[in-house]
Design a protein around this ligand. Structure first.
Ligand code: NAD
Length: 323
């Protein structure tokens, strides 16, 4: 599991362990919120080809490549980190594939993103087009998306030329407990949960942009389910793994406030917002895998809010909390 210290990777390790697999986790860091469930954990940098080879020391049945230089809009869409995002993730992908090819690894999963889709299909907030086939002609709105598109092609080419069984999911805004919730790399559900948890009843929270941009958010458990179903299928993809329940960012904030039982005012401020509209289109994945996520956003949001509120309360109770 490359990226086993990350949000999705740590959850995926937990699920594979619960199913009885032996798992080696690989990451720059240990999971920040609870000890890894992996049998072994190799801490190191997959931008280093020798490290990637050393952790691929046997013919693993399955390799999951989730390691990436990653964050929410405040990290991906400001432009300040573009060169690092492209270089770091491209090196990781090349080295992991190379190591897997040398060892004859049979099956490899790659986590792509909704960010591969062209911006011209995401201008209408109410009617975005994110069917898998709409990705070309390519025009992602971020360098992160361009790197993901390159990586998809890199994985597919390795599948064709080196006989690897490649499986690719395009994740759409995955959220849940034990994800990054502060520090600048958090994504909008976590940021909004944190802001609402910290706000007084009747207080205000800041929302980037006009709040009318739409998104769909997928709860972590369904992301894991979709990932494993795809990995164990005979289909390569890429497939969307996302929710079809579309919500505006203001709507997400209102739902969070209702879960918290608070009256919250929204203050719209300038900030990186990304495309106007984005929602998973599950037509293909439903027809091919006979599965698509169905859990209502509100359920996952309630679980996520409860976990983030615990973190906020614990931080406020700490002796190092700001006065
Ligand atoms: P995350 O940032 O929590 O996890 C990524 C992990 O990769 C981190 O633990 C990080 O330390 C590790 N990593 C980064 N550089 C590394 C390096 N050089 N060597 C070894 N490890 C390194 O992100 P996540 O949300 O768990 O996302 C997992 C994957 O899914 C990523 O590829 C991401 O691009 C993709 N994805 C996620 C979402 C989402 O909503 N979370 C959406 C689309 C795609």
């Amino acid at each position: 599991m490359c990226g086993a210290g990350g949000f999705i990777g740590a959850h995926l390790v937990g699920r594979l362990k619960a199913e009885g697999f032996w798992v080696r986790g690989v990451d720059l860091r240990q999971p920040p919120f609870r000890p890894t469930a992996a049998d072994e954990f190799a801490q190191g940098d997959l931008r280093d080809a020798a490290f990637a080879r050393s952790v691929t020391d046997r013919r693993f049945d399955e390799v999951y490549q989730l390691a990436a230089d990653m964050g929410g809009a405040g990290f991906l869409f400001t432009g300040e980190h573009d060169a690092d995002i492209m270089r770091n993730s491209a090196l990781i992908n090349i080295h992991v594939l190379d190591a897997c090819r040398r060892r004859g690894v049979g099956r490899i999963f790659y986590s792509s993103s909704a960010c591969v889709y062209p911006q011209h299909n995401q201008r209408d907030a109410q009617h975005p087009d994110l069917a898998e086939g709409s990705v070309y002609p390519a025009d992602p709105d971020s360098e992160y998306g361009w790197e993901k598109l390159f990586a998809e092609r890199l994985f597919l080419a390795h599948g064709r030329n080196h006989g690897m069984a490649v499986r690719i999911a395009r994740y759409h805004n995955i959220f849940g407990p034990e994800g990054t919730w502060t520090g600048g790399r958090e994504k909008s559900p976590a940021a909004i949960c944190r802001k609402v948890a910290m706000a007084e009843d009747g207080g205000a929270v800041e929302i980037w942009g006009d709040g009318q941009q739409t998104r769909s958010f997928l709860y972590i458990d369904e992301c894991i389910e979709g990932t494993l179903r795809l990995m164990r299928s005979r289909h390569t993809g890429p497939f969307n793994v996302g929710s079809e329940e579309m919500v505006t960012i203001d709507g997400l904030a209102a739902m969070t406030a209702a879960i918290a039982g608070k009256t919250i005012r929204l203050r719209h401020v300038a900030g990186p917002v990304g495309v106007h509209g984005r929602r998973s289109d599950n037509t293909l994945v439903r027809a091919t895998l006979g599965w698509a996520p169905e859990r209502p956003l509100r359920e996952g949001l309630a679980a996520t809010f409860a976990w983030i509120k615990e973190q906020v309360d614990r931080d406020l109770a700490s002796p190092h909390a700001p006065a």
